[in-house]
Design a protein around this ligand. Structure first.
Ligand SMILES: [Zn+2]
Length: 116
């Protein structure tokens, strides 16, 4: 991969990470507030809990994505970005452009998902 490609992927990853950090911070705040509100209000707890559960799983997937992006940035630093972590082949550029945080080629990703 060319240095200018690396630079543009790094930029994309950093931007994604920055906006994700902001969004997940907001969600964390909302979750905290929801906890506080529940302590005071009680009331229609079932509906509230259901909403909370959705928010918590969103927050969790945001957290996991943040980890993946940080990992991708580390791989840029170590010069292994764009190489599949499982088979060592180059990840197709189109796949990286669609999702710069991927660390597996499509074949390995599918095998990984098939294994759960
Ligand atoms: Zn692979």
């Amino acid at each position: 991969m060319k240095p200018e490609d690396i630079t543009s992927f790094r930029k994309a990853l950093e931007e994604q990470l920055a906006s994700l950090t902001k969004v997940s911070g907001d969600h964390q705040k909302l979750l905290d507030e929801a906890h506080e509100t529940q302590d005071f209000v009680g009331g229609d707890r079932a509906a509230e809990l259901e909403t909370m559960e959705v928010d918590a799983s969103v927050a969790e997937s945001e957290f996991l994505l943040q980890k993946k992006i940080q990992h991708a940035l580390e791989r840029i630093d170590s010069g292994t970005y764009g190489v599949c972590e499982a088979c060592g082949k180059e990840i197709p550029r189109a796949r990286l452009e669609a999702k710069p945080s991927v660390s597996l080629c499509l074949t390995c990703q599918e095998a990984h998902e098939a294994n759960g």
